[in-house]
Ligand binder design. Structure first.
Ligand code: ZN
Ligand code: ZN
Ligand code: FE
Length: 755
C-alpha cells in the first residue's frame, strides 16, 4: 500500500523531515519526504498496519516546535523502490506553508554552550532544528538556507556533515553554524571596531559593569542595556532615550535571580522559561537592589530570561535593563549601520554581529491572569504563528489601530498576525509596516482581496489602508474600534458568529458610529454588526486627543459637566495655569473643539488627576496605571454610579461628588482609589445584567485596554462570576489595540463575503 501524505502547518525548520524519516524507517516503510511551499510532502509505502501506526505516531510524537494544522492522506499506485530518503525542496507557486517563530536555545544546545569539550563551547550563535532564529532570518519560501540571511556563511566540513545527516539534531538546521564557519561578534566604540568574539563579549560586559550603556544586537533587533542595579546608568538611559516614565524590561540570568526581586507563580515561571521567552510582568518584592528608575510609580516589572545563546553568555548575576533599541515608539532597529547612526547618542558602545536580521521583531510582553496567559504584546516567539479563524474567509489585510500596531493577513482559515510594529506616526514605523506587509504576502503567498481599517478618520493607519486599497483597486471596509476588540475575542474563543456575544469594551479611545469617542460601552456583537446597548455618559473632551496627555484637563472637564466647582485647592486646578483655566472654561462653556467621550480610560485620567496622582502622562495609560498601583481594594465601599435602565446610560456625576467629599474630609487616597475601582466593577455587573435583560445571555466578554488593569479585572471577574456569569477573557491576542487587527480582519472578511 502506498500513500501520499501532505502535512500542513509549522512543519519546516523544526526538524520535521528527519522525524518523518526516523518514523518511516522504524515502521519499515519505503518512500520519501520533502519540504515544499505547502509544507511537508511524503510518500510512504508498506503494510497497512504499519502505515496506520505511522500516522498515529506522526501526530503524537511530532517535534516540539512543530504545529500541525492538517494531514491529508491519499492512496496512490505502489511502485518498486527500496529504502526511505529525504528529498530537497520543491516549490509550487501559489501555495505556501506556515513559518516558525524564533525560539530560545533548547536544553541540548545550552548544554553544549557550557561544555568546554564541545566545539561550540561559548559560541553565541549555536542552534539546532529545535531552537534558534527562524522568522527573523527567513527571506522567502520554502525555508532553506539559501533563502535565509545565513546564505552568506558557507558551512565548514563538520557543520555540513551534521546538516546532511538525517539522524543528527542539526539535520537541515538552516541557521547551523560554529565558531569556524558562522557569524561573529564584534565590539565598537566611537565608530571604531575594537575587538571580536570572546574579547568583544568581555569588553561589553566590562562596559556594562562600569555603568555604561551598550547597544546589543540580538535576534529580532537591537536592545539597549545597562546595569539594572545602577541608578545613575538607568537614569542616564531614560534621559538619553527620552523615555519619560515608561517602564524598562529587565534581563536576568536565572529564575532564581528573578525570585530575589519578584514573586513568581507556577504559571509565570512556566511562561518565563517557555521557548517563546517573552517579557513577563511580575509583582516586585519590596526593598530590592533594582534601580528605582526602572519602573517609576509601578509595583510591577517586566522580567525576561535570555532568549538567545548570546544573551545567555552576556548576563550574569547582575540583571540588565534591556529595552528595545529604538527612538521613542518607533520599531526596533535591526541593521548594524542604522544602529551605529541612530543609537549613537544613546549608546556608549555596540556589541553587534554579522548575521543579518531580515525582518525586525520586537519582544513579546505577557502576563498571567488566573493561571492563564494574558498577552500584552504578541511578537517575538509568537509571530507569525496564525490564529485559527472560525471559517474560511476571503483574504483580508487588516491594518489595526494607531498605537501598538500589528496587522493581520488572513488566508483560508488562518489569521497571520504580524509582530508588534510600534506606534504609527513616524516614517520608520510606516517603512517597517510596509516591509512587513510585503514580507507576509510573500511568505504566505497571499494577496488580500479586501482591506480593513479602523473607522477613525484621522488614523494614519486608516489613511495608509485607503491608499493601499486604492493602488490595488480593492474594497476598503472600516470596522468600528470596539467591534474589532470584541470580534477578536470571539475569534479566540472559536465562536462561529451564529450567536452574538454580549461584550464590555472599557478602553481609552475608539471612534464610535455616532462620531463621538467611545470607550465605556456595552455592546452586542457578531461578525457582521455591533449594537450599542449601554454606555458611560459622555463628557466633553476639550481639545480632542491632545487632552489625553494632560489628565488635569479631563478632571476639569468632568467637574464642569457635573456642575461642580473648580475650587482652588483641587490638584487638577493647581496643575493648570490661570490662563489655561480661563481658556478651558470658555472652550467648555461654548463647546468649541469638544468631542464627547464615553471612555473609561478618560474617567481614570480624571480621577487620577483629582487625587493628585498624575497630571502629565509620558506614556499611554500612565495615569490609570499609577491610580491602580495606589488603589487599596480590600474594603467593600463603593461610590454611587447609577445606570439609567430606560436609556442605558451610566452617570458618574454622583461618583465624582462622593469622591470629592471623601477627598475633602481627608480619606486616604489609597482608599478613595480603591473605592473607585470597586465602583467600576459594580458598574460592570450592572451593565452585564442590563444586557441580560435585553438578550437573556449569561456570558460576557471583556475587552479593551482598561482590562490590563489587574485590580479592576479581578474585582470584575469575581463579581460577575458570583452573579452567575461566564466571563470570556483574551488569551491569544492582547486586550489592548495590539489585538484589534484580528477582529477587523474577521469582520471585514464576513462583510466582504457578502459584497
Ligand atoms: Zn537547540
Ligand atoms: Zn561550522
Ligand atoms: Fe482600543
Amino acid at each position: 500500500m502506498r500513500q501520499r501524505v501532505r502535512i500542513k502547518g509549522v512543519v519546516q525548520g523544526v526538524g520535521f523531515r528527519p522525524f518523518v524519516y526516523q518514523l518511516a524507517t522504524r515502521h519499515h516503510l519505503t518512500g520519501f519526504v520533502s519540504n515544499d511551499s505547502e509544507g511537508v510532502l511524503a510518500e510512504v509505502q508498506g503494510e497497512e498496519s504499519a502505515l496506520a501506526q505511522f500516522h498515529t505516531d506522526l501526530r503524537s510524537q511530532a517535534p516540539p516546535l512543530a504545529h500541525i494544522e492538517a494531514v491529508l492522506i491519499e492512496s496512490i499506485q505502489e511502485i518498486i523502490e527500496s529504502g526511505f530518503v529525504i528529498h530537497n525542496s520543491i516549490i509550487h507557486p501559489g501555495t505556501s506553508t506556515s513559518v516558525s517563530p524564533d525560539m530560545a536555545p533548547c536544553a541540548d544546545c545550552l548544554r553544549e554552550l557550557l561544555d568546554p569539550s564541545d566545539r561550540r563551547y561559548r559560541y553565541p550563535f549555536l542552534n539546532c532544528t529545535n531552537c534558534g532564529p527562524r522568522f527573523t532570518i527567513q527571506q522567502g519560501l520554502p525555508y532553506d538556507r539559501p533563502r535565509t540571511t545565513m546564505a552568506k556563511f558557507a558551512l565548514c566540513a563538520a557543520c555540513q556533515e551534521e546538516y546532511d545527516d538525517p539522524l543528527n539534531r542539526r539535520f537541515h538546521a538552516q541557521p547551523n553554524a560554529c565558531p569556524k564557519c558562522g557569524p561573529k561578534l564584534s565590539y565598537h566604540e566611537n565608530g571604531q571596531f575594537l575587538a571580536e568574539c570572546e574579547e568583544a563579549l568581555a569588553l561589553a560586559q566590562r562596559a556594562l559593569g562600569a555603568g555604561r550603556i551598550v547597544a546589543i544586537k540580538g535576534i529580532g533587533g537591537f536592545h539597549l542595556a545597562c546595569d539594572a542595579t545602577n541608578d545613575q546608568a538607568v537614569v542616564l538611559l531614560r534621559h538619553r532615550k527620552r523615555r519619560g516614565d515608561k517602564p524598562f524590561a529587565v534581563l536576568f540570568n536565572s529564575i532564581e535571580t528573578i525570585r530575589q526581586v519578584a514573586t513568581i507563580s507556577e504559571a509565570e515561571e512556566r511562561l518565563l522559561l517557555s521557548p517563546q521567552r517573552a517579557i513577563v510582568l511580575l509583582e516586585v518584592r519590596p526593598g530590592t537592589n533594582l534601580s528605582h528608575a526602572i519602573a517609576p510609580g509601578q509595583t510591577q516589572i517586566g522580567a525576561l530570561l535570555p532568549y538567545s545563546p548570546l544573551h545567555e553568555l552576556l548576563v550574569n548575576e547582575t540583571p540588565l535593563v534591556f529595552t528595545s533599541g529604538n527612538v521613542s515608539d518607533e520599531p526596533i532597529i535591526k541593521d548594524n549601520e542604522e544602529a551605529f547612526q541612530r543609537l549613537s547618542s544613546v549608546a556608549d558602545a555596540f556589541l553587534v554581529h554579522d548575521r543579518d536580521i531580515h525582518i525586525s521583531c520586537d519582544d513579546s510582553v505577557m502576563s498571567v491572569f488566573e493561571r492563564r496567559e494574558y498577552p500584552i504584546r504578541r511578537s517575538r516567539g509568537y509571530a507569525p504563528l496564525p490564529v485559527a479563524l472560525p471559517r474560511e474567509l476571503p483574504s483580508v489585510l487588516a491594518v489595526g489601530g494607531e498605537l501598538k500596531s500589528t496587522f493581520c493577513l488572513t488566508r483560508e482559515r488562518q489569521g497571520y498576525l504580524s509582530q508588534y510594529l510600534g506606534d504609527f506616526g513616524s516614517p520608520q514605523t510606516l517603512a517597517a509596516f510596509e516591509r512587513a506587509v510585503a514580507h507576509f504576502e510573500s511568505l504566505f503567498l497571499t494577496t488580500p482581496r479586501i482591506v480593513a481599517c479602523d473607522a477613525h478618520p484621522g488614523y494614519l493607519s486608516s489613511r495608509w489602508a485607503r491608499q493601499f486599497a486604492q493602488n490595488r483597486q480593492l474594497p476598503l471596509l472600516e470596522v468600528q474600534h470596539h467591534h474589532a476588540h470584541l470580534a477578536s475575542l470571539m475569534v479566540e474563543k472559536g465562536m462561529d458568529g451564529t450567536a452574538p456575544l454580549l461584550g464590555l469594551c472599557f478602553d481609552g479611545t475608539g471612534y464610535g458610529t455616532d462620531g463621538t469617542i467611545w470607550g465605556g460601552e456595552l455592546l452586542l456583537v457578531d461578525y457582521h454588526q455591533c449594537r450599542r446597548l449601554a454606555h458611560l455618559r459622555p463628557v466633553p473632551l476639550p481639545g480632542g486627543d491632545g487632552c489625553i496627555e494632560r489628565p488635569y484637563r479631563m478632571a476639569l472637564a468632568y467637574l464642569f459637566a457635573a456642575g461642580l466647582d473648580w475650587s482652588d485647592d483641587l490638584p487638577c486646578v493647581r496643575a493648570c495655569s490661570p490662563s489655561e483655566l480661563r481658556l478651558l472654561r470658555q472652550q467648555l462653556g461654548r463647546n468649541i473643539h469638544c468631542v464627547p467621550t464615553s471612555s473609561i480610560g478618560r474617567l481614570f485620567d480624571a480621577v487620577a488627576s483629582l487625587l493628585g496622582v498624575c497630571q502629565h502622562v509620558t506614556y499611554e495609560a500612565q495615569a490609570a496605571i499609577e491610580l491602580e498601583t495606589l488603589a487599596e481594594t480590600r474594603e467593600n465601599e463603593t461610590y454611587p454610579l447609577p445606570l439609567d435602565p430606560s436609556r442605558g446610560v451610566a452617570d458618574p456625576t454622583d461618583l465624582l461628588k462622593s469622591l470629592l467629599t471623601d477627598l475633602q474630609s481627608g480619606v486616604p487616597r489609597e482608599r478613595i482609589a480603591g473605592r473607585f475601582h470597586r465602583s467600576l466593577a459594580r458598574l460592570i455587573v450592572d451593565l452585564a445584567e442590563f444586557g441580560s435583560s435585553h438578550t437573556n445571555q449569561r456570558c460576557i466578554g471583556l475587552s479593551g485596554g482598561v482590562f490590563l488593569n489587574r485590580k479592576l479585572l479581578q474585582l470584575s471577574v469575581d463579581q460577575l462570576r458570583e452573579a452567575g456569569w461566564t466571563v470570556l477573557l483574551h488569551e491569544q491576542v492582547p486586550t489592548n489595540d495590539g489585538g484589534i487587527s484580528l477582529g477587523q480582519a474577521v469582520v471585514a472578511g464576513h462583510l466582504g463575503a457578502l459584497l
